[in-house]
Design a binder for this molecule. Structure first.
Ligand code: BGP
Length: 464
């Protein structure tokens, strides 16, 4: 296939702190909401809590060496806020800072550019205890202080910063933020919008040479039928899923469709007079997108309506959102082991749609296929993942040909990591981590077939 990747394209890979580091109480670190959430969810499996994860905290040198061997030019990871500020505010923890100094230096040693997320699902639990985290306005200042410390201390070595990972997810799933209900998390999302805006403005006011942007997730949505209502639904879910957040950041105010939507649900967040000026004049340098899959959406059907429905004859998925949408399986695409499909065209469509709406450079910060895997004579033959990556990379090339300014690709995940909610058996990595072993000290790293495939792809700068 034709190759449109620029020579300096950043081929990388992606991970996050709570899913890889472990060592959750070492060297002064305190708990985050993710540690507590995951422990609650997976009480029965010791191997699926965050206390060890993949032990990146102790094995970062080994993992970074593998990154270099793979040929990575960038690595997208996150700082654990409660490692740097154990209470979220107050005193800085030197040993936590030292750890990230070490990781960054190790990456630079191999010429791998660090892409750092400030917050990836792991708000310090102490901020929940102090004032309910992002639900409270105080969180804005604490996030800013944390960001400021990081910019000042690490800034000269970090070319790309991401503010908050997947605020769209945080806004809709309260417990990811350590909160209890949707109206709290809508309020939290407003505070995160301001925190996001002020953090980017702060960064741009400093004399640093890097770039900064928000990081959001997006599944491409296909309407289930030509019924105009399904067509409208797919667009509306896009708007209410992700675009309202980017619109707010870029145009400096909430779009009317979002406010109308909240009102129709009887939810409204509180604002202060100064908020509209705080939200204005933010200029993200790029948008970071986590993209995995495409979805087919149709109108929501009550059981009583199902029989009369004249719409699409598609297999219904188990998933439906009451009163909002019914999800279908896409018969034209293949699926991985976890209900997410392999849809390269869907990625091309997403890249065009997002670029044409905002005209900002794009970076893919997550993309991958989850599989259940086992070691087979010392190897892991992940052919389906290779197929997935192949489709994605071809689509990226075509998107670039079409004019999309895509400059970096960081598939999820470099090594297997702890899933955000489904334990250690749900694997995305290019490198296998043997955690089936009951001896947690083993955690052997084994590059999968996809590792060698991606290594070659990087070497050829995307000619596959
Ligand atoms: C994204 C998160 C990641 C990662 C990924 C896969 O939403 O940013 O942290 O986990 O999804 O999701 P999961 O682990 O639930 O399969």
């Amino acid at each position: 296939t034709e190759n449109y990747f620029p020579k300096d394209f950043l081929w990388g890979a992606s991970m996050s702190a709570f899913q890889s580091e472990g060592a959750i109480a070492d060297d002064g670190r305190k708990l985050s909401v993710a540690d507590i959430r995951i422990k609650k969810m997976n009480q029965q499996f010791h191997t699926t809590d965050t206390s060890t994860a993949t032990d990146f905290y102790h094995r970062y040198k080994e993992d970074i060496k593998l990154m270099a061997e793979c040929g990575l030019r960038s690595f997208r990871f996150s700082f654990s806020w409660s490692r740097i500020f154990p209470d979220g505010n107050g005193k800085v923890n030197k040993k936590g800072v030292q750890f990230y100094d070490n990781v960054i230096d190790e990456l630079i040693k191999y010429n791998i550019k660090p892409i750092v997320t400030l917050l990836h699902f792991d708000l310090p639990q102490s901020l929940i205890d102090q004032y309910q985290g992002f639900y409270s306005r105080e969180s804005i200042q604490d996030f800013l202080n944390y960001a400021k410390f990081c910019f000042n201390h690490f800034g000269d070595r970090i070319p790309y910063w991401l503010t908050i990972n997947e605020q769209d997810v945080l806004a809709n799933i309260p417990f990811f933020n350590g909160l209890d209900n949707l109206s709290q998390s809508i309020q939290a999302s407003h505070h995160m919008n301001i925190a996001n805006a002020l953090t980017m403005k702060l960064y741009h006011s400093l004399d640093l040479k890097g770039k900064i942007g928000p990081c959001l997730s997006y599944p491409t949505r296909y309407p289930a039928s030509t019924d105009p209502r399904d067509q409208f639904l797919a667009m509306n879910l896009d708007d209410l899923g992700i675009f309202y957040l980017i619109d707010t950041l870029i145009y400096g105010k909430y779009p009317a469709y979002y406010i109308n939507h909240l009102k129709s649900k009887g939810i409204m967040f509180k604002t202060k007079k100064e908020d509209s000026s705080l939200l204005k004049n933010v200029k993200p340098d790029f948008l970071a997108i986590n993209w995995y899959t495409s979805e087919v959406v149709g109108q929501y059907l009550d059981d009583s309506q199902v029989d009369d429905y004249q719409g699409p004859e598609l297999p219904r998925q188990n998933r439906s959102e009451k009163g909002v949408a019914q999800y279908y399986k896409n018969p034209y695409t293949e699926y991985g082991d976890y209900n997410w499909n392999i849809d390269g065209v869907g990625l091309r469509l997403a890249l065009r749609k997002i670029y044409e709406r905002y005209h900002l450079p794009l970076m893919i910060t997550e993309n991958g296929l989850a599989l259940k895997e086992k070691i087979d004579h010392g190897k892991i033959h992940d052919q389906k993942r290779i197929k997935y990556l192949n489709q994605m990379i071809q689509s990226m090339s075509l998107a670039i040909k079409d004019g999309v300014k895509l400059f970096s690709y960081n598939p999820w995940s470099f090594t297997d990591v702890l899933s955000s909610s489904q334990g250690m058996d749900k694997r995305y990595g290019l490198v296998f981590i043997d955690r089936t072993n009951t001896d947690l000290k083993v955690l052997k790293r084994i590059p999968k077939d996809s590792f060698y495939w991606y290594q070659k792809c990087i070497h050829e700068n995307g000619s596959i």
